[in-house]
Design a protein around this ligand. Structure first.
Ligand code: SF4
Length: 407
């Protein structure tokens, strides 16, 4: 085993199982409500109104990692969704049309994804989530609500925050009607404070990778980020991250490396390649290279959450995200990451169907290399559609890149 196993995975599997079973029960019950939410959507508002919150992107990542996605995408293509667009969207709609789900593989008693009572998106990450959710809103004949966010934001101003905060406040009235309970500010504050704690713990987990050798890899991060995505705002997520953090701190104290004899440290910019996590994790580890950090895993850090100013702080936190910012901001962010994590090189993943999480198409790798003197490599692939990647080509390119680091 080239990459050390994390013991807390056992607890992770348990809380993810509990989460999906609770959703399944809510979907079958008449008095519990299910809200579908985009991954960086207003989950805290939904939780404060007692919705069970389901994240279709997590389901799509499961479709990718279980390697079901590529075969399902054509079913969505056949009803008009282009093979060129988000393969989370096409794989997920394809799975629905075929009535299959990786949830049934993981949990045989769960037969389908939970039915929504409402769908809530935030276009901070992309417009695709709106189109994706609109299809299901029409399919299930349930309301579609959302927040529209400005894009390529440089400096975040007060008017940006006011614009988003208003939209968040306006959601409440419609959501109250669907939830059939009244909004309670104290409940929102409690959820928000739990969510902030989750974000702080998740940041501490990721920051352990600044140690040399790193106790954690990006590939571990893609798996252990589950609770930060789907259970933020709950005590369960926070309890889990305490366990994981203790284990990683213990590794740091004992000088235990995630990748034995770590020689080089890389940064991963862009989406994971869900169907090939094991392949790339083992490939890098075979060269004693640790991919220590990524933009992707860091995207579930929401340090602006403040229970004393719930709507404005949520507006700021969900607007501060890397994905929604200007290239200038992104380049300075990557520079900070390079310094903090002591990075020797950067891998840019050009994900064919996700332009929003692909930053290699407008000269950024070249500018960063000139500016920081850090070499980088662009690999072509995709988050879910394995037809868009060639393991052979990428492996040869990665090997050559590591030779370049050596020289
Ligand atoms: S950010 Fe990319 S992968 Fe995620 S939903 Fe939008 S288009 Fe799809």
């Amino acid at each position: 085993m080239l990459r050390k196993k994390i013991k807390a995975t056992k607890e992770l599997n348990q809380i993810m199982s509990d989460y999906y079973h609770e959703l399944d029960n809510a979907s079958k019950s008449d008095n519990k409500k299910v809200a579908w939410c985009s991954s960086v959507g207003p989950a805290e508002i939904l939780r404060s109104l007692d919705f069970n919150v389901y994240f279709p992107e997590n389901h799509s990542a499961m479709l990718g990692s279980s390697r079901m996605a590529t075969d399902l995408i054509p079913y969505a293509n056949a009803i008009g969704y282009s093979p060129e667009i988000c393969s989370y969207l096409t794989a997920d709609i394809g799975a629905y049309l075929k009535q299959v789900t990786p949830l049934s593989k993981a949990y045989p008693d769960i037969k389908s994804t939970p039915k929504p009572d409402v769908l809530v998106f935030n276009t901070n990450q992309c417009r695709e989530v709106q189109d994706w959710f609109a299809w299901y809103a029409n399919e299930f004949k349930v309301p579609l609500l959302g927040i529209s966010t400005p894009r390529t934001v440089g400096e975040i101003t007060d008017s940006h925050i006011t614009f988003i905060a208003h939209q968040m406040e306006e959601l409440v009235e419609d959501l109250e009607k669907i939830a059939t309970i009244s909004y309670d500010q104290n409940k929102l504050k409690t959820v928000l404070s739990l969510s902030r704690k989750c974000s702080d713990l998740w940041k501490q987990v990721l920051d352990t990778a600044a140690n040399i050798p790193s106790p954690l890899t990006f590939f571990d991060g893609t798996i252990h980020m589950g609770p930060a995505v789907v259970l933020r705002g709950t005590q369960e997520a926070n309890d889990y991250y305490q366990i994981l953090l203790s284990e990683l701190n213990e590794r740091v104290t004992n000088g235990m490396a995630a990748v034995e004899d770590e020689r080089y440290r890389l940064y991963w910019e862009g989406m994971p390649i869900w169907g090939r996590l094991k392949h790339y994790s083992e490939l890098f580890a075979s060269f004693k290279v640790c991919v220590v950090a990524s933009t992707y895993c860091n995207s579930w850090i929401f340090s602006a959450f403040d229970e004393n100013d719930p709507f404005r702080s949520m507006a700021k936190a969900y607007l501060e995200l890397f994905i929604v910012r200007s290239d200038e901001y992104k380049e300075s962010y990557i520079k900070n990451m390079k310094d903090f994590f002591k990075i020797d090189g950067i891998i840019f993943h050009d994900a064919k169907t996700c332009p929003h999480n692909t930053n290699s198409r407008y000269g950024m790798p070249q500018r960063i290399e000139l500016d920081l003197g850090v070499p980088n490599l662009v690999i072509n692939g995709d988050l879910n559609d394995t037809r868009c990647l060639s393991d052979e080509q990428s492996s040869v390119a990665i090997e050559a890149f590591i030779e370049q680091l050596e020289s």
